[in-house]
Design a protein around this ligand. Structure first.
Ligand code: BT5
Length: 288
């Protein structure tokens, strides 16, 4: 009874901090997608990438790598268990929006994180933004984070992040990063090749895995210290800060103001002119 109580308390806490509904779901392994090595996967040459994960499931196509990870998730699934796919037929953005992943043109990578505290869980999306941005900057592209989950270059979206709570200590972290232009992507999208950076998907997954571990392990072990360091880094890495923004809240209400800070819970603080802390919102940069 006591452990059930603790479990419920944790899940309620995590739900509130991540703003993601906690829905335990029956786990089944799907065989409806191609799981064999096909030409595209061979072209992806994932030899190096495999070494970074306890297991990396590489699929030719799937509905969504986040959904596939959820189907394979069990209580013993280890942290950093990962799924990638050359094509997503129903790639997911936030609020069930779509994310375009055309064959071999975009990295679609989902991995399991096991947060030890709600403080660490709360920061997963921003932590992944810092890691992805660092990878892109190291490839010579001046990228920034748009709170909470976009990587932008010159106002265009290069990458997006979707973290989904899947149990009291299980978060599926999904990341999409465009390598090449894709026909189905919106006009606001950009890709590494358009920005003059060439990288193989194998190498990119290796770089992302290394960067995520570099940010995640300190956050999960010592959240207070890591969050303070992240906040300092965000002062330069996050282009939302110091910018006039429109924030559309869940429910459709708009707030206008200047984004001033990301607080210790990962919320965006907007001066409207009174400070308001937002846990979840869609943000538009009105002026840099
Ligand atoms: C996101 O949502 O940006 C989260 C994207 C997460 C994708 C990864 S891929 C691996 C894992 N498996 C999944 O199924 N998902 C994750 P959001 O902030 O809601 O943005 C969605 C919006 O981005 C869409 O409505 C489009 O306007 C735009 N978009 C869609 N595909 C894009 C692309 N390839 N590049 C840039 N923008 C895109």
């Amino acid at each position: 009874m006591r452990s059930l109580y603790i479990c419920l308390t944790l899940s309620v806490k995590f739900e509130s901090v991540l703003n993601i509904p906690y829905k335990p779901r029956h786990q089944t392994i799907s065989h409806s997608y191609k799981t064999y090595q096909c030409d595209i996967i061979n072209q992806m040459e994932l030899d190096k990438a495999h070494g970074h994960f306890p297991e990396l499931i590489a699929l030719a196509e799937v509905d969504s790598t986040n959904k596939e990870l959820l189907r394979r998730l069990g209580p013993e699934t280890p942290e950093f268990f990962a799924v990638t796919a050359a094509t997503q037929l129903g790639g997911l953005g936030r609020l069930s929006r779509n994310w375009v992943t055309e064959p071999g043109k975009s990295m679609a990578l989902s991995m399991l994180l096991r947060p030890k505290t709600s403080a660490a869980a709360n920061w997963i999306t921003i932590m992944a933004g810092l890691a992805l941005r660092q990878v892109v900057v190291d490839l010579g592209v001046a990228a920034s984070i748009k709170w909470p989950n976009d990587i932008l270059v010159e106002g265009r979206k290069l990458a997006g992040i979707l973290a989904e709570l899947s149990g009291p200590n299980a978060v599926i972290l999904g990341m999409g990063l465009n390598l090449e232009p894709q026909q189905g992507a919106p006009e606001t999208a950009t890709s590494l090749s358009e920005l003059g950076a060439q990288v193989s998907i194998d190498h990119l997954i290796s770089l992302v895995a290394t960067a995520i571990k570099g940010y995640w392990e300190p956050l999960n072990e010592n959240p207070t210290e890591a969050i303070a360091i992240f906040q300092t880094e965000l002062a330069t890495a996050c282009s939302t800060l110091g910018t006039e923004v429109r924030a559309e809240l869940p429910g459709g209400r708009n707030l206008y103001g200047v984004a001033r800070a990301i607080d210790t819970e990962g919320r965006l603080v907007i001066e409207c002119p009174e400070p308001v802390a937002l846990a979840a919102a869609d943000v538009w940069h009105l002026r840099d």
